[in-house]
Design a protein around this ligand. Structure first.
Ligand code: SF4
Ligand code: SF4
Length: 115
């Protein structure tokens, strides 16, 4: 399915030694652009849809892009990471339709790190 990184929302995690999404990706598929303030995909085709990057972004700049065959019209899953849970919002054609809330296992020290 793949991901999409918003160039208007991503701030590059500049206060951190390394961007959260870069650290989270087990395939080393995300890098920073030359300015250092925007995360970009190296190779979308190599993404195995684990969504570690999506969940770890502190500003919700990474969406899951759902294919037409699975979700119909243009659809995305957008996460909001909370201290003890993660809330997913299914957005179809720009409208928020449903939310799902699940317990999270994100280590406390990561949640406390300033982005
Ligand atoms: S974690 Fe989010 S804000 Fe930080 S660099 Fe990645 S996409 Fe940008
Ligand atoms: S979904 Fe997983 S494999 Fe794909 S870019 Fe994000 S962290 Fe990497």
């Amino acid at each position: 399915m793949g991901i999409a990184i918003s160039d208007s929302l991503c701030h590059g995690c500049k206060k951190l030694p390394e961007a959260r999404c870069v650290v989270a990706c087990p395939g080393n598929l995300i890098r920073m652009d030359p300015s250092g303030s925007l995360a970009v995909m190296r190779e979308q085709a190599d993404c195995w849809d684990c969504y570690a990057c999506v969940k770890m972004c502190p500003v919700g700049a990474i969406d899951i892009v759902l294919p037409y065959e699975l979700a119909g019209r243009e659809a995305r899953l957008v996460p909001k990471l909370r201290r003890e849970s993660i809330r997913w919002t299914l957005s179809v054609a720009g409208e928020s339709d449903q939310t799902f809330e699940l317990a999270t296992r994100v280590p406390e020290e990561l949640l406390e790190t300033e982005p």
